[in-house]
Structures are given as structure tokens and as C-alpha cells.
Design a binder for this molecule. Structure first.
Ligand code: ZN
Length: 75
């Protein structure tokens, strides 16, 4: 079993891949992004934070409705 480089727990790559695929409807490719080194839970929290940072940047640019709480939390 591989060990997650984020939380240090052992995990099953097939389960991590399935968890990410379920969470994002296949929009994010676990193997491409994490290369089998990060567990499902850590992958999802990393992707969620990347998505939230991306949205905060879009709000700053006026591409998305501005939400001050969101921007303060993620930028
Ligand atoms: Zn982990």
C-alpha cells in the first residue's frame, strides 16, 4: 500500500481514484494530478481548495459575483 505524502496514512490508489472521480464527475484526473501519492481525502481537500482559490481570483477580477467572505477565506 502506498503512503499518502500529505497525511502519512496508507491508502488504496484504486479507492483514491474512485473517490476523486465520484467527487468531480471525472473532471479531475487523479492519476495526472496526484500520481498515486496522495490519498482520496487529501486529494479532494486539495482540489477543493484549488477550486476555491480559483473562484476567489475570478471574484477579484469581476468574472464571478463578489463574495467577500469567500475571498477573505481563500486569498
Ligand atoms: Zn492523505
Amino acid at each position: 500500500m502506498p503512503t499518502c505524502t500529505h497525511c502519512g496514512s496508507e491508502f488504496d490508489v484504486d479507492e483514491a481514484r474512485a473517490a476523486v472521480s465520484d467527487e468531480y464527475d471525472g473532471d479531475i484526473d487523479y492519476d495526472e494530478e496526484m500520481e498515486g501519492e496522495v490519498c482520496g481525502d487529501c486529494s479532494i481537500s486539495k482540489f477543493d481548495s484549488d477550486i476555491n482559490v480559483g473562484r476567489a481570483i475570478m471574484m477579484m477580477n469581476g468574472d464571478e459575483d463578489y463574495d467577500e467572505d469567500h475571498v477573505e477565506t481563500y486569498l
